[in-house]
Design a protein around this ligand. Structure first.
Ligand code: NCD
Length: 475
């Protein structure tokens, strides 16, 4: 199998078999670390880290050095022309003409996709805002696989900042695809974003269900020292029907809530993503903590304690000596995993696909909405709404469903449910029929995706010369 010239922007850029293939090559490489120094000889990796990083950057750079390649790097946005107002597209074109592969970390969601669209060389996303961090997920899955031999059927609790944590977002997609059951234990106010839960349902056929907090072994139960939010819910995801659409949760699936957990994956509060310091203070107060006391619970007897690191207060140092702690292993495994990935994307290695346990994910193809006028992405941190990028980039959305009309930004994957629609076809040459309608009217099914025009407000539709139809006010 060859992955040459491919990019890895999201975890979905690798199929389940390709992930397995990266793992086999990582195994092979870690068995002979010193024997890999010819693999990428003469190749150059650009390492662009526009957000703080220790593990990810240094493990990528170590990986390239171990493969015999060279590294060029930029680690401060203020030391690059981005600070002068250069677009990501221009930077990508230029760096792509110097390097054979680019690794980028950037605070804007979708920045890695734009880099991949313009660089002309493989691009690896090392974290784009709160969106994704797919290579951390490879390290996490590799650790689970090493410790438990399989991912299918594992019971994994994701805990902490599920809202802003990009490692969590890539991880839950992969775990669901690979057949694990995931329990979500967010810190209060840090729930998994709705668009991610929707994607788990529509793309992976997951069942997503709320469970009252008191039926779960909660991280906060029995913690008199913490402010317990009794309204906390947990959500479990059972990928019971991997390749079907399951819009209605299947409540018939029996979930044994008191069974042991295979892994407890905790993350720090992503305070750099929070708007105000007061918000940070509030969220910090109720933040879950994994410590020796919690791990005494019988459901955690054999639980692997995982963390992408860095940790702050959510994971007690007293757990480090516990054989269940995995976080330093996760970090160490970053080197062979990233060596394998770089070598495959550069075409310097090929691998056999191992036996298929789980069929590959079928990526669904949705019609695209791409127009100058009309809606833009509602996520202020999305690359597509940044001043430097709107000079050349149009907002672009997948039309995920008509009922209700739902668009997914192709850059950051946030969803938007527009209010008004019109057709570019019906009014041609006939100004009086230049009408707009409610997005909730039946006309949403009549207008072909290629003719669809979307407006956020009536005033916007009117500014474009459209008049309200009889169906403009339907809610
Ligand atoms: C994570 C990140 O940058 O998203 N760190 C990492 O790469 N291991 C997690 C974090 O910063 O909390």
């Amino acid at each position: 199998m060859r992955l040459v010239n491919r990019s890895m922007v999201t975890i979905d850029d690798l199929s389940n078999e390709e992930i397995e293939a990266v793992f086999s090559l990582a195994d092979e490489m870690s068995d002979s670390m010193n024997g890999q120094s010819n693999v990428c000889q003469g190749k150059i990796m650009a390492s662009l880290f526009f957000e703080p990083s220790t593990r990810t950057r240094l493990s990528f750079e170590t990986a390239m050095h171990r493969l015999g390649g060279n590294v060029i790097s930029a680690i401060d946005v203020n030391a690059t022309s981005l600070a002068k107002g250069e677009s990501i597209a221009d930077m990508a074109r230029v760096v792509g003409s110097y390097a054979d592969i680019i690794v980028i970390r950037h605070p804007w969601e979708g920045a890695a996709k734009v880099t991949a669209d313009y660089a002309g060389v493989p691009v690896i996303n090392a974290g784009d805002g709160s969106h994704e961090h797919p290579t951390q997920t490879l390290c996490d899955l590799y650790t689970l696989k090493k410790e438990r031999q399989t991912i299918k059927g594992l019971r994994i609790a994701l805990c902490g900042d599920l809202k802003y944590g990009r490692t969590i977002h890539s991880l839950i997609y992969a775990l669901t695809r690979l057949g694990a059951t995931t329990f979500l234990w967010p810190g209060s106010g840090l729930d998994m974003p709705e668009h991610i839960k929707q994607k788990l349902i529509t793309e992976y056929g997951a069942d997503v269900e709320k469970i009252p907090a008191d039926t779960l072994p909660s991280l906060l139960v029995g913690r008199e020292d913490l402010a317990v939010d009794t309204s906390l819910d947990a959500i479990y995801i059972t990928p019971s029907r991997a390749h079907q659409l399951a819009l209605i949760p299947d409540i018939s699936i029996p979930i044994d809530l008191v069974k042991e957990y295979d892994a407890l994956y905790i993350t720090r509060l992503q305070k750099e993503r929070l708007a105000a310091t007061t918000e940070a203070q509030d969220l910090k107060r109720d933040y879950p903590v994994v410590d020796r006391k919690l791990l005494k619970g019988k459901e955690f007897k054999r639980t692997l304690v995982m963390h992408p690191l860095p940790r702050i207060d959510e994971l007690a140092y007293e757990v480090d000596a516990d054989p269940r702690s995995m976080y330093f292993k996760q970090a160490a495994r970053g080197v062979p995993i990233r060596m394998a990935l770089i070598a495959l994307l550069l075409g310097d290695k090929e691998v056999d696909i191992p036996d298929k346990e789980v069929p590959p994910i079928q990526k669904r193809a949705y019609p695209l909405y791409r127009r100058d006028s009309g809606i833009s992405c509602p996520n202020l941190n999305c690359v597509s709404v940044q001043e430097t990028e709107t000079r050349y980039m149009k907002p672009e959305f997948e039309i995920v469903t008509n009922e209700p009309l739902t668009l997914r930004c192709v850059y950051c994957e946030h969803e938007v449910r527009p209010k008004y629609i019109a057709s570019s076809e019906w009014h041609q040459g006939m100004l009086k029929s230049k009408k707009y309608h409610s997005a909730h009217s039946h006309l949403v099914r009549r207008i072909k995706p290629e003719n669809l025009i979307i407006f956020n407000s009536e005033s916007e539709a009117q500014a474009h010369g459209f008049k309200p139809s009889n169906y403009a006010s339907k809610r």
